[in-house]
Design a protein around this ligand. Sequence first.
Ligand code: ASP
Length: 331
Amino acid sequence: MKNILLIQTGGTIAMSAQGDGVELNPDAWSDTLVERVPQLGDLAQIQTMPLFFEDSSDLNHTHWIKLAECIFEHYDEFDGFVVLHGTDTMAYTTSALSYALQNLSKPVIFTGSQVPLSSIRSDARRNLINSIEMATSNLQEVAICFNDHVYRGNRATKLSIGDFDAFGSPNLDPLATIGLEIKSRYLTRLITDPFSIKADYSNELLVLTVFPSLSINHLMNLDVSKLRAIIVRSFGSGNIPTKGEYSLLKFLQRCTDEGVIVAVVSQADFDAVNLGKYSAGRAVANAGAISAGDMTLEAALTKMMWLMAQYEDKAIIEAEFQKNLAGELTV
Ligand code: ASP
């Protein structure tokens, strides 16, 4: 039987009903998970590890680092890892870890639930059982297992607040679908280099959502001198307002002139940014911005944070950002 480390980080799965809402309750949560869901013991030898206990909206890169270090420390003892995590920022954590875990040859499966495990009509049991089973597979990456689908961690995004089917990976088919049988679509590779971690992130960046009527005055008053990058959430294939008083080009140009990297993602979930398509996109490229292709916001943001911690040089960061580093980008 395979050995799986089950790492607890919090989220709804670990919460209890509280009036009309739900609340984290560390005392009500014990490490007797396997007793609550006894079927888990038939799937694997499971050891639980309470790493932290948070609503995932309170997680940041310090938690990503702790998680990477925990997996690194226990890598040789276990065949696979399951991380219980809130759904709100799960795709940020899985994206961040996909860059940090180098030469990963074991499954790192993130899951959580929309309804606490302690509630009768919870999706937690199913997600947990599926995730433990996936953690015994030969998957070699960071993935999210939710509602009978397994998504690549750096391709996934939270799509629904209220549906059990909370996640999707718009630009990549699920890695596996779990029904009567598990239908897998992933390939395995021969990984000979030893597993290691590069878990550093810089938060010297901002995300800018473009919208009709956005005033450039607010942006021109922004002190960008402490920033190293801005991720622009553009319309469609990379377009922003470029005419008259609402043109944002002057702001983008100021950023790139001051050495700030400007990377463009789309507000649309499906397909890729193409700065060559419309004249607005071409103007964005002429201002020195780069395209994030078909990366999700979560994958692009955490990739930039990770790259800025690895490299000082702007040109190197821009070049690496446009490469596929961990399956996050179609090239
Ligand atoms: N707020 C919760 C969290 O992300 C939501 C969830 O787990 O579904 O921690």
